[in-house]
Structures are given as structure tokens and as C-alpha cells.
Design a protein around this ligand. Structure first.
Ligand code: GLY
Ligand code: MN
Ligand code: MN
Length: 356
């Protein structure tokens, strides 16, 4: 598989002779394995996937390009070491962001006197940032589900309906439309609760004159979508309009600025400056957006510190927000694909003042 060859070719550049992959999204990316537990070992000359007996048959079906090793009779770290010994690496990389101290301690015992364990970060994630055509189609398919739910949900939002009811409606509708599950725990918030960027749904009934915010996504064939819309329930007041229009202007300006070669920090600044100029700079604390794919938060993104250089094939969210304690908040989120000349907005949902 190309992805394994790419990683194998880049081992030396990453200052290792072999790489142990334990993050399950990375395992899926390099091997195609969709189970819940496995380890991939890539050396310069071969690649193996280590599974327990629950997954041997599945791995044989899904991972044609890797040696499938069932390790049930021994520790996975001992099995990995046996594989590594065949090519006698000096430096073996592990994914430091995902290996627990306890697993590290186990690996050290087997590595002793054989190879040095080296901390690596982001080797696979950097590749995942740029999607191939098949991955982009997978994200589009997940987005089609969340877009369809958006068109249905607006008729369900009304005074008296609780946040939890709306969350259940959204989650169920995505399942009915074929989703494998939700991309993340659905955010469904009303009134003052919309001031919490990651609000959890409560029994609070939606009331007239308030904002209602839904942030949700579908998971389909291992890829995710992620969208936020904020609705006016009943006639909005001037302050609600001001906040909404500021977020929308910031979001549209940031999307317009996206093109290959720009950095994540530059795009973040476009939206952040507009929100600050409108006097709400202290009310937008989070990043502007994140890479989206196998994980909802799939690596780098748009933030004040982001050095990510945009490339065609990247899929990233654009989601500015303004949050005011006691009053409420607005976030508008779309998923965009960086193209050769700019970007394409993949999500296809209204965002001009949605008054229900
Ligand atoms: N709620 C996850 C996100 O939009 O990033
Ligand atoms: Mn979201
Ligand atoms: Mn998001």
C-alpha cells in the first residue's frame, strides 16, 4: 500500500529505523483495519499488523499488504520485538502522543539491549492532513447525511422542545440516513447555554426569543462530518443580530481567504480580527477550525499559532464563535476542502439569519 511505502521511505528522515503505530486512527489509515485493537510495525523492508484472535480473520481480509500476526500467546510488545529483530533496527519510533507510561514500561523490558525506543509525533497525522480522492468522497458522504438532517431539524426546533430531545432527533436522524454513528457527542444548546462552546444537552426547553445552537456530525465508513448552525427562535433582538452577523461575516471572510500556501495562523487572523474589531475579541477563545477526517479533530488546523501551510486536499472546518455569559452564543461551522485555486465549501446548509 502506498501509505506504508511512504512511511517506510521517510523513516530515516524521521530519525528512526522502524515505527510502531498504536493510535487506532493511524492504524486504520495505514492498514485499512477497522477493528478496535491492533498495532502496526513498519520497518524499511516490511509491515506487520499485530492482532489478538478476535481480529485475525478480519485483519487478513482488510490488510492485504501487511503480514498479519496473531499475538494472543504472548504480549503484543514481545511479538513486536520479534518482528523488529528480523531487521535489527537501532532506533524504533513510538507514537509518543498515544503510548501510555504503562505500555512504554512494558515495551522497554523487551527492547532492552536490542533497540532504542524513540519518541515521535505526527508522522502519520501529517500524511492524513492531505486527503486523497477516496477520502474526500468519504467525507462528502458523511456531510450529505448531516446536511440532510439540517434540512429536517429546522422543523423540529420550537419553544417547549428540550435540548435533549433535539440531540436525540439529530442523532437518530443521522442513523436513519445510514450513518455508522455520530462524529462526536452532539451539542444541542438553547438560550444562555449557547454561551458554552461545548455545551452538553440538558432538559431545558427551548424558549421563544432565544438562540438555539446545534453542533453535530455523522460518522460513515470511518470518516466524519462536523457542522454547527445557530438558529433564532422567534423574532431576534438587535444584540442577537449584531452577534450573528459578526460571526457570519468573520466566517465568510476566513473562507474567502483560504487557498494553498496560506498558513493556518493567517486564516485564523482574518476571522479573529473581524470579531475583535466588532468589540467581541474577548468572546472568541477557541481556534477557528480543525482538520477533519478519520478523526473529527484530525490533526492541525486554523489557530493563532498554526504553522500549517495549506495544500490542496486538506479538509478543515471554519467555525468562529462569539460567546457571552448569561446572554448566549453563536457559532457557524462549515467544512471546507482546500483546492488548487482556493477552496470548496463542502457543507451545503443555509447560514443567512435562520429565523424559525
Ligand atoms: N464540536 C466539535 C467541533 O466542532 O470541533
Ligand atoms: Mn462542530
Ligand atoms: Mn468542529
Amino acid at each position: 500500500m502506498n501509505r506504508i511505502r511512504t512511511i517506510a521511505r521517510n523513516l530515516a528522515a524521521n530519525n528512526v529505523d522502524a515505527l510502531i503505530i498504536t493510535n487506532m486512527s493511524n492504524v486504520f489509515y495505514v492498514s485499512g483495519f477497522t477493528g478496535s485493537a491492533a498495532m502496526v510495525v513498519i520497518t524499511e523492508r516490511d509491515a506487520s499488523i499485530l492482532v489478538d484472535s478476535r481480529y485475525t480473520l478480519q485483519a487478513k481480509r482488510q490488510c492485504e499488504d501487511l503480514d498479519v500476526v496473531e499475538f494472543s500467546a504472548m504480549s503484543v510488545f514481545e511479538a513486536a520485538t520479534k518482528i523488529l529483530e528480523r531487521s535489527d533496527p537501532k532506533r524504533v519510533g513510538v507514537e509518543a502522543d498515544y503510548m501510555t507510561m504503562s505500555d512504554y514500561g512494558k515495551l522497554v523490558k523487551f527492547a532492552e539491549g536490542k533497540y532504542q525506543i524513540c519518541s515521535t509525533s505526527g508522522i502519520v497525522e501529517r500524511l492524513r492532513c492531505v486527503k486523497d480522492a477516496k477520502e474526500i468522497e468519504a467525507v462528502r458522504a458523511a456531510i450529505r447525511i448531516s446536511d440532510t438532517v439540517f434540512r429536517a431539524m429546522r422543523y423540529e426546533i420550537k419553544p417547549g422542545v428540550t435540548e435533549k430531545h433535539m440531540a436525540a432527533f439529530i442523532d437518530n436522524a443521522m442513523r436513519e440516513l445510514g450513518a455508522d454513528g455520530t462524529a462526536f457527542s452532539t451539542i444541542s444548546a438553547s438560550g444562555p447555554n449557547t454561551a458554552l462552546p461545548h455545551a452538553y444537552p440538558t432538559d431545558r426547553p427551548i424558549q421563544a426569543g432565544e438562540f438555539y445552537l446545534a453542533d453535530y456530525g455523522a460518522r460513515l465508513n470511518m470518516y466524519n462530518s462536523d457542522i454547527t448552525r445557530t438558529f433564532f427562535v422567534g423574532e431576534p433582538n438587535a444584540k442577537q443580530y449584531e452577534i450573528y452577523d459578526t460571526v457570519l461575516t468573520a466566517q465568510k471572510a476566513a473562507i474567502k481567504a483560504i487557498r494553498p500556501g496560506k498558513t493556518g495562523a493567517e486564516i485564523d487572523k482574518v476571522a479573529r480580527d473581524i470579531i475583535a474589531y466588532a468589540g467581541f475579541g474577548d468572546c472568541f477563545g477557541h481556534s477557528l477550525g480543525h482538520s477533519l477526517g478519520i478523526d473529527t479533530h484530525d490533526g492541525a488546523g486554523f489557530s493563532p499559532k498554526s504553522s500549517l501551510v495549506l495544500k490542496p486536499g486538506m479538509v478543515i472546518t471554519v467555525e468562529p464563535g462569539i460567546y457571552i455569559e448569561g446572554f448566549g452564543g453563536v457559532r457557524i461551522e462549515d467544512d471546507i476542502l482546500v483546492t488548487e485555486n482556493g477552496c470548496e465549501v463542502l457543507t451545503d446548509c443555509d447560514k443567512e439569519r435562520i429565523i424559525l
